[in-house]
Design a protein around this ligand. Sequence first.
Ligand code: 13P
Length: 255
Amino acid sequence: MTNRARKPYIAGNWKMNLDRARSLDLIKTVKGRLGDGGDREVAFFVPSIYLADVTAVAQGSPLGVGGQNLWYEANGAFTGEVAPRMLREVGADRALIGHSERRHVFHEPDDWMGRKVRAALDNDLLPVYCIGETLDERKGNRTDRVLKRQLESGFDKVRPEDAHRVTVAYEPVWAIGTGETATIDQVDQAHRTIRKWLVQRFGEPAANLIRILYGGSVKPDNARELMAIDSVDGLLVGGASLQAETFLPIIEFDR
Ligand code: 13P
C-alpha cells in the first residue's frame, strides 16, 4: 500500500449478532493475525453487553473496540441508553454515531447527531459518524443534499482541532445488507462530495486528516476494488465481519 495519505481503517459492525462465545473466538482469531497494526487500523463495533469481555480479550493488541451507539448525556433518566463514559469504563475506545439502522429503524433525528459526536469526543471516544441516502433520495437526485445535511448536523460541534479524531462512514441505505454494492463511480462521487464539504468546513490541513469509509455489502471479493478508489480510506463491514473467514481477507485486501 503506497501513496495513501491516510492510514486504511477497516471496521466490523456486528450489529445485534453473534453470542458471547463466538464474539470472543472471533476477537482472538483476528487479534492473532493483526501484527503491530502499523499499516492499518482494525476495529469492531460490538453490542454493549459484550464490550467488557471483548475489550479484555483484545487488550495488548492494536485492535480497536467500540460501541454501536451512545446517548450524549453523562447520566440521568434515560432508560435503555448507554452514556459515553460507560463505554469508556468497559474499555471501548470508539463509537458509531448515526448508523443507518439507528436513523431508519429507531428514528434518530439529525439534530441529535452533533451532540452525540461532541459527547464522544469529550469522553475520549473516536466517533465514526455514519451518513447515507435512501433509495428514494438517490432516485430523486437528492444524494448530495442529504449527505450535506447529515454532515452539517454531525459536525455541528466539531472544531478543526478535533477533526483528526473523527471518521465519516458513507453507507448508502439501499446497499446495507442487500448484497447490492454501490458502483465504483457512485462511491467515488459521494466520497468526493463529502471530502469537499469537509475541506470547506475545516480547511484543507484539518479536513485531510479525516478518513472516509465506505460501507454497504462489502465482501472479500469487492474489498480490493473498493480500497483501490482514491477517495476511499477504509471499509465499514456488517455481515462479512461476523466470521474470520470473510473478515480476514477484507482486512488483508492488499495481500
Ligand atoms: P452489510 O455489510 O451487512 O451490508 O452492513 C453494512 C453496515 O451497515 C455496516 O455498518
